[in-house]
Design a protein around this ligand. Sequence first.
Ligand code: ADP
Length: 458
Amino acid sequence: MIYSIRWKLLVGFILIVAVAIGTVAFVANRTATREFDRYITQDQALKYQRLSLMLSSYYEQTGSWEGVQKLIDRISKTYQNRIVLTGVEGSVVADTAGLTGSSSQDALNLKIATLGEANNPSGFLYLKDRKRSELEKIFLSSVNESITFAAIISVLAAVFLTLIYSRRTLKPINDITSAAERIERGNLDQEVKVKSRDEVGKLASAFNSMAEELKKQERLRKDMVSDVAHELRSPLTKIHGYLKAIKEGTMEANEKAIDSLYRNSKLLKRLVDDLQDLAMAEAGKLNLEKQPILLSDIISKAKESIHLRLEEGNLELNVGSNGKVLLNVDPDRIHQVLQNLLENAIIHSPEGGTIQLGTELTDDQVEISISDEGEGIPKEDLPHVFDRFYRVDRSRSRTTGGTGLGLTISKELVEAHGGKIDVRSEEGEGSTFTVTLPYKEKGRVADNLPRNWDNPNQ
Ligand code: ADP
């Protein structure tokens, strides 16, 4: 409880109210005392002025102070202070405390008036130092009571409002905490409903995006596991079937069986290699060994690596000009992309067809396009050809040894170089895959290029 924000808010607000009320109480008390004193002083000054006039006229009328004690006693009730009247010679002639006769000036410290004329006084009026009157005490204590009452009400209001306010403000945070705990327990389908646009609202929407992304990643992970299991099953089942039959003696280990075992194990190997490439690319762990390299060098090597397959299919590869572009890429990875696109073009080309490999330069990028005259890709499949394990024609793809990962890996590799890959295709008319890469320098055949890459033309 004491570590909760609610508790901290509560303590904070109570402290603020206490400091505010304390300051107000101090200032109000001081001001009230001062103002009250001033008011009393003014009031009393008037009263004593009247008193001295009354006593002076008494003396004028009677010619002595005889019997003045009675008058003093009568009027003393209106005054809170001790009033002392002395004759000119200093002896006390009247005293509200009843101590006449003795000279008690030492007990008096304020002479407030000389009675009679200044050059012929008839007596002097004194009063004892004014103490805080009962009335004043009552007034100040009622001020203090009011302040105390206000303090109690304010603290209670602060507690009440803080509890309501903190409940409203902290509810989304509590919701986020509960949702995060449910995610921790494996329930990824979480969304926090927050309408506010403040920091808490932003936190909630960031949390919702994170939960959505987690859900997506989890779905991808599950799909991936089931896709991989599915892809591995087919070649493994075949290998297992052949080996079992040979072991049980129902089949001979003849050339056909060995050939099938070899093809399926090759497919398995390729699948595992592709999966590893894909996993590394997706995790951003591809160590690209970039170096300045001419595009024409990469194209020559790709051409070299597929020339046998071109011959087998009686196919022609036309390479356009403009390959003299200096790229800053990992040559092996870009070669892998071109080889994959060319192999796909070969697989899908009709016997005796032509494959075009063209390059086109724009201001700061180069477009490498590979077109074939094959069957093309149906419109509905086109957006998915870069998805992992996606095959337009599953049965045909398997017989050609395709894993359904080639284009996915190519896309990852090209994007890792800051480029992109697109496809255009018309059913029955062929397909064109275009790789766009940023390049370093155009049209310059650098003689001092590092030629350490495996360049077949060198
Ligand atoms: P695979 O290894 O199975 O060829 P890819 O990822 O390279 O996998 O290609 C995915 C799918 O896209 C292929 O199975 C094929 O159906 C389709 N495809 C790729 N290239 C072409 C092409 N040039 N012409 C027609 N279809 C193609």
